[in-house]
Ligand binder design. Structure first.
Ligand SMILES: O=C(O)CCC(=O)C1=CC=C[C@@H](O)[C@@H]1C(=O)O
Ligand SMILES: [Mg+2]
Length: 368
């Protein structure tokens, strides 16, 4: 197929509630959408899940906007492509910028699946028809607010609760949660807020029967995580340390963690995500799909990849209503009792509500 037209949308969507992690609070999402058309007029969609500031990762919305229109889009515009994997060859000389690359990769995968008349999950080789869903809850100033959030989400049936921690808001918070909810599947995410100097604090978390401790140490680190994992009973889950197949391979070899949080964008797209999935499956490393506060478009890609066999732990693909008053896809994503049914229409399986996209769009660039 020929990639005859590419539209880049800069979008600002207001979140229902602010989301706080160890590195800051997000109130709004300023991100990018990519629409790629082929010669038959079919559209594939991808989301560039950057934030306004480079806090989670070095990319940010303005940097990806430039990366996409100045460097990446010209590489693929009007090119003939037989399979989305071919994008890797086009992008290989540009370092990192995985979130920007991923937006194009995701749109081409959607377009490819639509052109074949199959679902994105099928195109990726996934065969689950339902997936289990957990939820990620931000840091709260007041512990009662967090307890209330956990109660509500547990009652809604989410299959695991992830809370964010940071120094000073860790052991005591988890202790109180466990007093109220001794048995819920619970995990914590530190977003790289600790160092090996905090080993005593991190070891105290072992007493709470947590499913995992996500990214306790520096983003990109594998060595210190391996040292820490040897001291902990609780599995470490890597997020900001895994940006590529090689990172995953080295993490497995070093024993830097026992679980991987797969974020499609962080590894540069679905082609890489699938490769890492297959590697982890062989190595016996379970995975789950992490969220980036996506709109329905990014969420739809997350749902599709979760249909692969080694996504054995509940992911972050909560209902659209978790973040949005109204999502930009139809129907919206709805998890019932912590379970989502995969869509059956070709491609991402949800219709993009273009009026809703336009309502939130602050800038568009079109290429053909
Ligand atoms: O999309 C979701 O529901 C998950 C939200 C979440 O936990 C995260 C989103 C974006 C960056 C990080 O703070 C983070 C994570 O580390 O997993
Ligand atoms: Mg994380």
């Amino acid at each position: 197929m020929k990639l005859t037209e590419i539209n880049l949308y800069k979008v600002n969507m207001k979140m229902k509630n602010p989301f706080t992690t160890s590195f800051g609070t997000e109130h709004d999402r300023l991100f990018l959408l990519v629409e790629i058309k082929n010669e038959e007029g079919l559209s594939g969609w991808g989301e560039c899940v950057t934030s306004e500031q480079p806090l989670y990762i070095e990319e940010f919305t303005e940097s990806s906007w430039i990366m996409l229109h100045k460097f990446l889009i010209p590489l693929i515009l009007n090119k003939e492509i037989n399979h989305p994997d071919e994008l890797q060859e086009f992008f290989k000389h540009y370092k990192r910028n995985n979130l920007a690359k991923s937006a194009l990769d995701a749109a081409v995968w959607d377009l490819y699946a639509k052109s074949k008349g199959i679902t994105l999950a099928e195109a990726l080789g996934g065969d689950s028809t339902t997936i289990e869903v957990g939820i990620s809850l931000g840091i709260e100033e007041n512990i009662d607010t967090l307890l209330e959030n956990i109660k509500q989400k547990t009652e809604e049936g989410y299959k695991r609760i992830k809370i964010k921690i940071k120094p000073g808001k860790d052991v005591e918070v988890v202790k109180v949660i466990r007093e109220h909810f001794p048995d819920i599947p619970l995990m914590v995410d530190a977003n790289s807020a600790y160092t090996l100097d905090d080993i005593d604090t991190l070891k105290q978390l072992d007493q709470f029967n947590l499913m995992m401790i996500e990214q306790p140490l520096t983003a990109g680190d594998l060595i210190d995580h391996a040292k820490l994992q040897k001291e902990l009973k609780t599995p470490i889950c890597l997020d900001e340390s895994i940006h590529s197949y090689d990172d995953a391979r080295k993490a497995i070899e070093l024993g830097s963690g026992r679980i991987i949080n797969m974020k499609i964008a962080r590894v540069g797209g679905l082609t890489q995500a699938k490769k890492i999935h297959d590697l982890c499956e062989k190595a016996g490393i379970p995975m789950w799909c992490g969220g980036m506060l996506e709109s329905g478009i990014g969420r739809a890609h997350n749902i599709a990849i979760t249909s692969l066999a080694n996504f054995t732990l509940p992911g972050d693909t909560a209902s659209s209503s978790r973040y949005w008053d109204k999502d930009i896809i139809e129907p919206e994503v709805v998890a019932q009792h912590g379970v989502l049914h995969l869509p059956t229409k070709p491609g991402i399986g949800y219709d993009v509500n273009i009026d809703e996209v336009r309502k939130h769009t602050i800038e568009v660039k079109s290429f053909n």
